[in-house]
Design a protein around this ligand. Sequence first.
Ligand code: SAM
Length: 349
Amino acid sequence: MLKDIILKLYNNNDLSDDELKLLIETDDLQAGELLRSLADEVRQKYYGKDVYLRGLIEISSFCKNDCLYCGIRRSNNNAQRYRLSHEQIMSCCENGYQLGFRTFVMQGGEDSFFTDDYLCAIIEEIKSKFPDCAVTLSLGERSEESYRRLKNAGADRYLLRHEAADNALYEKLHPSELSLENRKNCLFTLKKLGYQTGAGFMVGAPFQTTENIISDLRFLQKLQPEMIGIGPFVPHHDTPFHSEKQGSTQLTLRLLSILRLMFPKVLLPATTALGTVDPLGREKGLAAGCNVVMPNLSPVAVRKKYELYDNKICTGEEAAECRGCLERRVSSAGYNIVSKRGDNVDFNN
Ligand code: SAM
C-alpha cells in the first residue's frame, strides 16, 4: 500500500489527501527508506551530486514584526539588536567570493532602515563587483514597487516562507496585524516579477497538524516555487512558544523527500535548523533529496545576536571554518560542493 503510494508519487502522479496523510504519518522504516532513495535518485537526475552553497549574510536583527515563534520578534526586549553597514555587507561578500561562494543571501528582520535606495545601492555594487554571482533577498514582506526596484537593481531570488498555508494555523503563529493573504500575495508578486522564488514552512510548529502540512503542500503546488525551505521548529526561550516541543528530524526528512518527488527540480536546502536538532541533520537532509547548504558569512561578532531559536549552530566560527566544516560534511554524505551560482535547472533554460 505505502509502496504503491510512493511509486505513484515517483511517477509524477498527484496523491490524494488521504494518501499524503498516510505517507506523512508512517513510521514504516522500509517505506521511509524507499521514499528517501527515490528522492535521492530524482535529485541526482537533475542536479547530479552537486551541492550549491549560499552565503548567508544576516543583515539586521531589528524586526517590526512580532511572530510568536521567532527570537528576534519586536517584543523580545532581551534580543540584541544590530544592523550591518553597506561596507560590512560588502566585506562579507568579498570574503565569501574568495571562499568560492557564488550566491549571497541577504536576510534580516523587517527593518525600515533598509530602504529600497539603501538596498539597491548594495545590490548594484555586489552585482558589479561579482557579476558571476546571484543575489538572494530574504527581507520579508514589502510592496510590489519595492520588490520591482530590488529586482531591477539586480536581485535574482527571494526567499519568503509562507509559514503556514492554513489560515487558522497562520493566525495562531502570528499577531493579528500580519495576514496570510498578504504573505501569499507577496509570493505571487515575486513570481510575477521574475524572481526565483522560495516559500516554505516550519515542521512541527506549535498546533500544526498533518492536515495543515497537506495544506502547505497544496499551496506549494499552486505557487510552483523554484526553492522550498523547510526546517524543524525550534523553541526560543524568550518567546511565547518557549515550552513548545521542537519539530522532529524524522518528519522533516520525510517531508524533504516528499517535496523532492513532488517538485523534482526544486532547490531544497538542508537547513541550519535541521543541523541544530540533529548533529548529522544536514547530511541526512542531503541524502533525503536536498541539494543546497547555507553556511553563514555574517561577521562572527554579530552571529549570536541573530538568534531565531535556541542553540543555533555555527554561531562561533569564522566563515572559512564554516565553509571547511560543510565541505567535509557534504563529502562524507557522498556529494560535492560546487562553486557555481546554482540556479534552478528550469531557470537556466
Ligand atoms: N524577516 C524575513 C521573513 O519574514 O521572511 C526573514 C527572516 S525570518 C527570521 C527567517 C525564517 O526563520 C522564517 O521564515 C521562519 O520560518 C524561521 N524561523 C523563525 N523562528 C524560528 C524558530 N523558532 N524555529 C525555526 N525556524 C524559525
